[in-house]
Design a protein around this ligand. Sequence first.
Ligand code: ADP
Ligand code: MG
Ligand code: MG
Length: 901
Amino acid sequence: MKKWVYFFGAGKAEGDGEWRDLLGGKGAGLAEMTKIGLPVPAGFTVSTETCDYFYKNGKKYPSELKKQIAENVAKLEKTTKKQLGDPKNPLLVSVRSGSARSMPGMMETILNLGLNDKSVAGLGHVTNNERFAYDAYRRFVQMYSTVVMGMSKEDLEHRLRTMKQRVGVKEDTAVPASGWKDLVAEYKQYFREKSGKAFPEDPMEQLWGAIGAVFGSWMAEKAVTYRRVEKITGLLGTAVNVMQMVFGNTGDNSGTGVCFTRDPSSGEKIFYGDYLTNAQGEDVVAGIRTPVHLTELAKLMPKVYDQLEKVRVKLEKHYRDMQDMEFTVEDGTLYMLQTRTGKRTPAAAFHIAMDMANEKLITKEEAVLRIKPEDIERLFYPVIDSKVDKKTLESKILAHGINAVPGAAVGKICFSANETEEWAKRGEKVILVRRETSPEDVGGMAVAQGILTATGGKTSHAAVVARGWGKCCIVGAETLDINYSTKTMTHTKSGKVVKEGEWLTLDGSEGIVYSAQLALVTPEFPKTYRTLMKWADEIRRLRVRTNADTPQDARKAIEFGAEGIGLCRTEHMFFTDFDHPEKSHDRQLAIQEMILADNREARVKALEKLLPFQRRDFVGIFQAMNGFPVTIRLIDPPLHEFVPHEHAKQAELAKELGIPVETVARRVEQLHEANPMLGHRGCRLSITYPEILEMQVRAIIEAAIECQRGGVKVLPEIMIPLTLDKKELGILEQATRRVADDLIKKANIKLPYLVGTMIELPRAALLANEIAEVAEFFSFGTNDLTQTTMGLSRDDAGRFLPDYVDEKKAGVFAGDPFQTLDIKGVGMLMRWGIEKGRETRPKLKVGICGEHGGDADSVKFCHEIGMDYVSASPFRVPISRLAAAQVVVETKQKAAKGKKK
Ligand code: ADP
Ligand code: MG
Ligand code: MG
């Protein structure tokens, strides 16, 4: 016969802390605490499998359940020496939900079950406290009516308030027995009116009603939504815990509390918690009365406090992690009601992991495993001050969007990138708001506090660029209708309009836009972070580089622990002079002149103008990366991205270059492509216009020579993008070496450099053995490789990809393949590419430079397939360092487990 119900009590339990999947977190914790000898009231857990069965069988219970529940009730009665419904000395129970993953406040609990008109008298009699008995009764009737029957909580609360007025008291604790008695009668009357039935007096009927309500709550809308938002999948359902009640509301020698074994916000090793005298259950957190700190409990009940302190030590030793506990004191006796791994702030996560390793409670390797990628991410960003009250916050919400880059930002709304730059120069704080962004907007984006777009997903231009800078960014706020000509935006649902120059606050972590100027705070950068990251660095094998296009980014990345540059995108240099933003225009003009030129000579002339800019940028980058390798990618995007498309702008450009506007317009027209992503771009440009490659290689090598002469150690790696064939790559490699070797020879120095390629087309990955004959290194450009392997456009996928990820819709992928590598498909090409490449060239250096290089799961995969390094945007470098260490520990743990079996 299948077992659906598991008992715990009197020091024994039919399960333990490992059985979370079957008993739920709460049930497993109760079983474990019982086993290690803590004072836990007895009870039993109806398994999550029962919930699973319930939903798979048209909301019917397994046939054996009835008998098993009856047996366990009998066992509980025997253990507690009390009986359900006994008019003299009744057993009361709580009925609590609890799944394998904690879902705070998502499912309901019913307390004091087993009370009826007869047993309430018995309870009053044995406790010699009629007031307490009726207080418990009115709580039960209220919880049963609302939770099981779905009646209005407000209606009941209203009756409670009226009763208190009538009796003339303010606090619940001051209500006399007669007040509660009357209230119970009123509640029952209400129950009869609403349901047409009398309130159930039979405790077993009450129990089955409560069990049904807990299972029902699993599919309640708020629970389903919570699981979707938190990406909780694969659970069987909730368990139901039925356990003997203990009472914190019998008088001043009783109470209830919650506590953490360490401070959950700072991580300090201090006992942290709240206690409320003469109270039951949720009273502590419900804000009815203000609870006192545990230090007060130490004074009020020193013995209980000492006992609790011992429990604290015992549980932490046992679980080897910070615990969050619930307890109740009944007439001076302590009972433990719950324990679970405590939620903590990112700063506390570091602090606790480091302390525990130093205390030898866990190993350094385990400490490294305790940090989550989000902990690191959230450490660096400003957040909305927690002092801003919730009501104000809520009233100021303008719209919701996709949380592309976390942190918060405050500024005035500006709808144009150029104007954003002007405003910023004046010293204004600006939020750049666009329908979407393009490379032309980069200057404005760079100086904005935060970026908001109405379209796009987490891998849109705005998101990718902002992430690179760690700049707060919300994308895809589709309810915002942006009007550039009136300089306003309208919330399409509420009709609310905001104008240019008004204040906006973005919460990039939540994806919420507030039309207000809210206070921000920067979380403190904990020392513990450095210690833990040092441990991680000692463990990992994989190197971590950064994607950086400017000397500033390069320096920032070094601070974050980057060991070189894996991707330097030269085209960004065509647009913005990051050292002297006011000079950006000169560069733009030079590249535009080059594009508009109609013969090689004219192009070479224009490129000559660009050369000094590029050289200067490379010098800055080499200096910042002194001693670390720098991979520089030659021009990649299609040329149309660099020229204006609006007539007015074209006219302006024509004037500046002294050519007819028609010429500009015609050339722009010529550059138009139906599918630019697969068009004239990447190394195809250098096949057509070798002079672009020649200029870029010259800038790189001249900068390298200059730096080396100045005592900087340079290791340039020239990277050719979008290769699809060995011959194609060979032509460009030869051209590169001609220019480079010539310069090096003339300079009469020794300057080693590498020439390699990006692997971002399936054909290149498939023919990796041939390509490796030419390439000295591979860098997997997984943004394009994902696009070209899946045949999905990254910029447009935001429209349908959510359906592909949504479990309730299609659920084709577990996650967005542009964020976390599609290991099955794209990963197969990568594996193959590395294997084949190294067959030809055993020492082939291999890295990754797509967005995935900063995604923890993807980094772990890169380690497993034998890459040499990953490259991530500066702010994600610490995440990659952590993930690279975690995968080493996890692999070791798996191997050890395998051996045991
Ligand atoms: P949640 O999961 O929302 O925390 P719980 O099931 O833990 O819900 O219960 C809600 C409150 O009731 C908690 O404060 C808990 O400590 C209290 N409680 C639950 N069971 C009992 C019991 N048997 N005796 C006394 N208090 C209880
Ligand atoms: Mg709880
Ligand atoms: Mg690419």
